[in-house]
Write a protein that binds this ligand. Sequence first.
Ligand SMILES: Cc1ncc(COP(=O)(O)O)c(C=O)c1O
Length: 388
Amino acid sequence: MTSPSHPDIPPIYLNNAATTWPKPAEVLEEVAACLRNPVHEAGRTTGSGSTDYPSATRDALTAFFRAERPEHFVFTQNATDALNLLIHGFTKKAGTPYHAITTELDHNSVLRPLRSLEGEGRLNLSILPFEDGHVSLHEIKKAIRADTRLVVMTHGSNVLGTLQDVRPVAEYCVSNDIFLVIDGAQTAGQIPVSLSEIPAGAFVFTGHKALFGIPGIGGFYIQEPEAVASTRQGGTGSDSRLISHPQDMPHKFEAGTLNYPGIASLLAGTRYIEREGQDAITNKLRSLTSDFIGKLGRDPDIVIYHETPDLPVVSFNIRNLDNDEAGFILARAYHVITRTGLHCAPLVHEKLDGGRGCIRASFSYLNTREQIETAAAAIREVAAGANR
Ligand SMILES: Cc1ncc(COP(=O)(O)O)c(C=O)c1O
């Protein structure tokens, strides 16, 4: 790909926390192979010879996330879709109004479904503050009430790049009969995630970010399907005599034709990560991120909001320059693609920058050190220009 304003110059793409680009060649090839061959899905088609992508990918995800039951992986359009299914489905099952907890670090894909249900009188919501990019178990315990039934929290902040220590939260929730939903949109593929060690009610992932799939695929792993009602009904290719929706997994939460090319991309993406090695990926990303911060951090005209992120996400502002304008200059004059604004996490920004928003550079395993250094030099040049 080349830059729109300079067709000969390839862009330095640093918006990987939104969606990764480029995708590994084998992901694109698997998508093409999926579309080239007739669809084959156990229970739905009589085809054979081509890959049964839903089954193969559920098996691959089970190994990848060290989970137990392939049929407890549910495919959705993305993380937002998964969070909507879980939050609305849990509330439908709960029946009576209850108390739910989330955090200021969370994304609008968590805040908006919860706020919407609060507006309908279906739940009371507590939004817990963060300190230095973290929400502690202590803070969660303080907020618990007799009627607390649901906690939804991000595993990794898409603005600060901080990781939440979800394992003790999951253990606490399990022993207090609280359903915990972890939003792993920023962690799946980025760091090793072992669901056998995190007893959460459900773990949400998205396909198109660090798992290297294409847009339009995501999902969740659910430990306790009984805790959540299905909110979608339709064809599943099973129990077709019944006009009530089947309750077996994964059909309980999947209705209609699946996104086969998206599922194929997820299969190839997880294989790619396993071949390269999750630890090698995580280590390279940590090294690129600290290199980038090292290059920017000494500049008095650049304010970095969290200088020790666990994830490859660096949010910053340039003194005396609007973040949207800075992003525009970086893209047009230097071919460096970042993301600017509120990053769908408005409550983080209220605390961080008074709701002004910031520039976010986020890296992928496929970025090179040279790209990171060129981008850092470009940002410093823009900062110098704005503060002359
Ligand atoms: C923390 C977090 N949660 C949820 C989402 C939503 O992901 P998707 O676009 O796949 O629905 C994002 C995406 O930006 C995110 O960063």
